[in-house]
Design a binder for this molecule. Structure first.
Ligand code: PLP
Length: 418
């Protein structure tokens, strides 16, 4: 381990470089966006714009999406097309709206959550996705943390909480290649989730399968059980809404999003949709179907994404191994080595996350804010930092990761006092 003086000198050298790097959000990089450009060639002014059932995709209508796009999204999630509704470009938007529906109108004839005497509580698996926590907070929920373990959330705690408190109305889950830990729920966890016995009859699992096909490796992939059929088997067919989108498959700004749920849940949400829109962008739905059915399979396409992302994830892991090895052996830091998804979760020494993020920012490298992976931005141990390797080019990622490691070493050396 280098001395405090050496580390400080190295840090000042980084500062003098005037870096301006951003590793803060899990966005696809330019090369990844280029992969989907041929999709734009699937339709032009001479194309037949009809869906399989003859619907003119240019016109109004078809609230649930064209049948072939529902089928495509259903295949992606492993659920029948009839259980899938296709929306606009953002699944987060759909989650927001489903919560809005529950608050204003209630779920399946239940009391609207905004009329309840006490605030609704929402379970948040931590570390987790900041925007999920923001949505439940926006609607006035009291976010309640439950820890993520190696094979999924702490089910014992979840079972106890939901069974004993009828104000707990839902939970955010990212079951596969989770944001930010990258781990996936085991079969046992999925089954226990499906068998929950919530005190609230209108309790819902928000199953955000955002990274369902986002593997980094061909031969080492996580697969999870289908929550919709597990809930049905467990006698809880209506307890889950599943969400996904092609944001990190085609374009985050112009993909298609979907929700999969039981027929009864879809019928219930339709009451809101009927007022909300006359139909989403069906030309974009057609474009996606044509591309992924006629030009390039989803699997091949995702392998191309993986070929761009894998070296980035591996580089970060290698630098962590080299630079943080000693500190890791002292039990002060740990990080995840995901097989898919968009993030790595780094735990730095307790009380150091904010400081590490600030040191990086002062030297020109922007990371996801410390605390962002907890509701309200409050990480009780001030330990967790979400690493998003996808966006920067490899050389910038290397510089940013080395600086990050230096900042962690600096914090440890300062704590040690030498
Ligand atoms: C877990 C998770 N869900 C949803 C989203 C956003 O999805 P969309 O682009 O479909 O709104 C993200 C983006 O990072 C995410 O990590």
């Amino acid at each position: 381990m280098k001395s405090l003086e050496e580390l400080r000198k190295e840090y000042e050298d980084y500062k003098a470089r005037g870096l301006k790097l951003d590793m803060s959000r899990g966005k696809p990089c330019r090369e990844q966006l280029e992969l989907s450009m041929p999709m734009l060639d699937t339709l032009d002014s001479k194309s037949v714009m009809a869906a399989e059932d003859g619907t003119d995709t240019r016109n109004y209508g078809v609230l649930f999406g064209i049948p072939e796009c529902r089928a495509l999204m259903g295949e992606m999630l492993g659920v029948p097309a009839d259980n899938v509704v296709v929306f606009g470009n953002s699944s987060l938007n759909v989650m927001f709206d489903v919560l809005g529906h529950a608050f204003h109108h209630g779920i399946m004839g239940g009391t609207p959550w905004c009329r309840l005497e006490k605030p609704v509580k929402w379970l948040c698996v931590v570390p987790g996705y900041d925007r999920h926590f923001g949505v439940s907070q926006y609607w006035g929920c009291e976010n309640v943390c439950v820890n993520m373990l190696l094979d999924g959330p702490d089910m014992g705690t979840i079972e106890e909480l939901v069974a004993s408190d009828e104000m707990i109305k839902g939970i955010w889950c990212v079951p596969k290649y989770s944001n930010p830990t990258g781990n996936s729920y085991s079969d046992e966890v999925v089954r226990r989730m499906a068998r929950l016995k919530p005190a609230a009859k209108d309790f819902r699992i928000f199953w955000d399968n955002a990274y369902g096909i986002h593997h980094l490796y061909d031969d080492n992939r996580d697969e999870i059980l289908d929550i919709i059929s597990e809930c049905a088997k467990a006698g809880n067919p209506d307890m889950v809404y599943e969400f996904a989108s092609t944001s990190k498959i085609s374009f985050p700004g112009a993909g298609v999003a979907c929700m999969a749920a039981s027929a009864a849940n879809i019928e219930d949400f339709k009451k809101q949709m009927n007022f909300q829109t006359i139909g989403h962008d069906k030309i974009n739905q057609l474009r996606h179907v044509k591309y992924f059915r006629e030009t390039e399979s989803l699997d091949v396409h995702m392998r191309r994404h993986a070929n761009i992302l894998r070296p980035k994830f591996q580089m970060v892991a290698n630098i962590f191994d080299d630079e943080l090895f000693e500190i890791k052996n002292r039990g002060l830091v740990r990080w995840t080595v995901p097989k898919g998804g968009y993030f790595i979760s780094l735990d730095v020494p307790k009380g150091c996350a904010k400081k590490v993020v600030k040191l990086c920012a002062d030297a020109g490298v922007k990371l996801t804010g410390a605390g962002a992976t907890y509701p309200g931005g409050y990480d009780p141990e001030d330990r967790n930092i979400r690493i998003a390797p996808s966006f920067p080019p490899l050389d910038e990622l290397e510089t940013a990761t080395r600086l990050l490691c230096l900042c962690v070493q600096l914090c440890v050396a300062e704590q040690d006092g030498f």
